[in-house]
Design a protein around this ligand. Structure first.
Ligand code: NAD
Length: 474
């Protein structure tokens, strides 16, 4: 069994001062597949000090220097594609179709950030002043387990493009993936200290990063509860924060939609990444008059979904990431039944013939938007069908949530769908699809977070404007 016992500080793989060993599991079998030795506060401080030293020169690099490093990091990550797919599949349980996307996204993040930087004016003439967009300082990057490698790479790419240096705290449950990323990025030959990675617990390493005065910004992806605690703690040192948090996203199917394609699309948007994606459309809003039809189509589609071995290319749903997550999802299924929703598909317990942390893809109908399963983020393959009366009712239900990360609208009339989409309070709304565009902003309204990642917005989140009035250049 493998033990990952190195963290990365100042360009070197080092043994952490922390001694706690944390088990890594294969969620498809519950088997322990490795251990990671976790860093502690002392390790975190050493990483922050290295990033601070490196900031002095990295912050003054030219665009060309930064673009060259981003290109090398892209190539290094692309070269580890197969290893990363394997790590994501085994350690996290993402079906191979999904883990391939994640591994590609990890590599292309560096090119996306390079493109944003290339086009961006770091010195702008505004009014009577020269406005210089300066790197904010040392960035603390904290990632969750549901796409650990791609979050590390995406956050790091934009931080480096802006001229920041970074300390990364990946999810402690994703150490195998982190190790692949780390070995790749080490090959890219970055100046020592420009990026540092400390495996560790959130309430130890993450908390130190949030409190430490030498970190200027935290970019966090994870749960809304932890996001709030980071925001509170960050206030003491007035850190900038980007918080990418949870969601309870609506998929609004209009009555003119072709249900034979709309229902599968809505279910895919709800079940992607084993239902463990912040952007999942977990509340499917359907016209009341077509409820029976929607239920019948959904039941048939779910019956055809393959749940099981994530290595099988046919598999659509793999296991939950952990026993804790399995129990959480099972609890929500019980709550749905207790609150009076009707099971269309799935239900409690493992799918037939499967153990590990597999749950049954589950769909509830007769859900009202005030039920717990319609209000709280479940983070598993458990979806709700909610009926609406007319367009106004659909928009009201879509917006009746404390979240606002994502939404989907499906209609045979794209103009009508666009008009509905523009009334939904969400950072991104996909019309008739589940598109991703790395140039457009990503982030949440309301309690889904603060700030935006990707593209120019992502770059600017690591920059601080400085106005020079009366500036004269040679
Ligand atoms: P989590 O909030 O439990 O943990 C996320 C990270 O924060 C981990 O690295 C964890 O160790 C760390 N952490 C925990 N306590 C901390 C603390 N006190 N200080 C600093 N760091 C701390 O989330 P998770 O369970 O790993 O991930 C699932 C959640 O992430 C879901 O709610 C999901 O919606 C959200 N998510 C959001 C997005 C988005 O872009 N909006 C994307 C993916 C996941």
């Amino acid at each position: 069994m493998r033990t990952i016992d190195r963290i990365y500080i100042d360009g070197q793989f080092v043994l952490p001062h922390g001694t706690e060993l944390f088990d890594l599991h294969n969620p498809a079998t519950d088997e322990v597949i490795g251990r990671v030795r976790l860093g502690d506060v002392e390790d975190t401080r050493a990483a922050i000090a290295a990033a601070k030293r490196a900031f002095a020169s990295w912050s003054r690099t030219t665009k060309a220097d930064r673009l060259a490093l981003l290109q090398r990091m892209h190539s290094a990550m692309a070269a580890k594609r197969d290893q990363l797919i394997e790590a994501i599949t085994v350690e996290y349980g993402a079906p191979v179709s999904r883990s391939s996307w994640m591994a590609d996204h990890a590599a292309t993040s560096f090119l996306d950030a390079a493109r944003a930087l290339e086009k961006y004016d770091l010195i702008q003439k505004i009014g009577t002043a020269e406005v210089v967009m300066e790197p904010i300082g040392v960035a603390g990057l904290i990632t969750p387990w549901n796409s650990n490698a791609s979050f590390i790479c995406n956050k790091l790419a934009y931080a480096l493009a802006a001229g920041c240096t970074a300390v990364i705290k990946p999810s402690e449950m994703s150490a195998t993936q982190t190790q692949v990323v780390l070995e790749a990025l080490h090959e890219a030959d970055a100046p020592a200290g420009v990026f540092n990675i400390v495996n560790g617990r959130g309430d130890v390493v993450g908390a130190e990063m949030t409190a430490n005065p030498d970190i200027s910004k935290i970019s966090f992806t994870g749960s809304t509860a932890v996001g709030k605690s980071i925001m509170r703690a960050a206030a003491d040192t007035m850190k900038r924060v980007t918080l990418e948090l949870g969601g309870k996203s609506p998929t609004v199917i209009l009555e003119d939609a072709d249900f034979a394609t709309a229902i599968p699309l809505a279910l895919q948007a709800g079940l992607g990444n084993n239902g463990q994606a912040c952007i999942n459309g977990t509340r499917i809003l359907i016209p009341a008059a077509r409820t029976d039809e929607a239920m019948a189509l959904a039941k048939t589609y779910i019956a055809g979904i393959k749940t099981g071995d994530p290595r099988d290319p046919e598999t659509m749903i793999g296991p939950m990431v952990s026993q804790t997550q399995y129990e959480r999802v099972e609890r929500y299924i019980r709550v749905g039944i207790e609150e009076g929703a009707s099971l269309v598909a799935g239900g409690e317990g493992h799918p037939e013939g499967l153990g590990g942390y597999f749950v049954r893809p589950t769909l509830f109908a007769n859900v009202t938007n005030d039920m717990t399963i319609a209000r709280e983020e479940i983070f598993g393959p458990v979806l709700c069908l909610i009926s609406y009366e007319d367009e106004a009712d659909a928009i009201r239900i879509a917006n009746d949530t404390s979240y606002g990360l994502y939404a989907y609208v499906i209609s045979s009339n794209s103009q009508r769908a666009t008009a509905i989409a523009s009334q939904i309070q969400a950072g991104r709304v996909s019309i008739n699809g589940a598109q991703h565009d790395p140039e457009v902003p990503f982030g949440g309204f309301k309690q889904s977070g603060i700030g935006r990642e990707y593209g120019v917005f992502g770059l600017q989140s690591y920059l601080e404007p400085k106005a020079l009035l009366g500036a004269v250049r040679a």
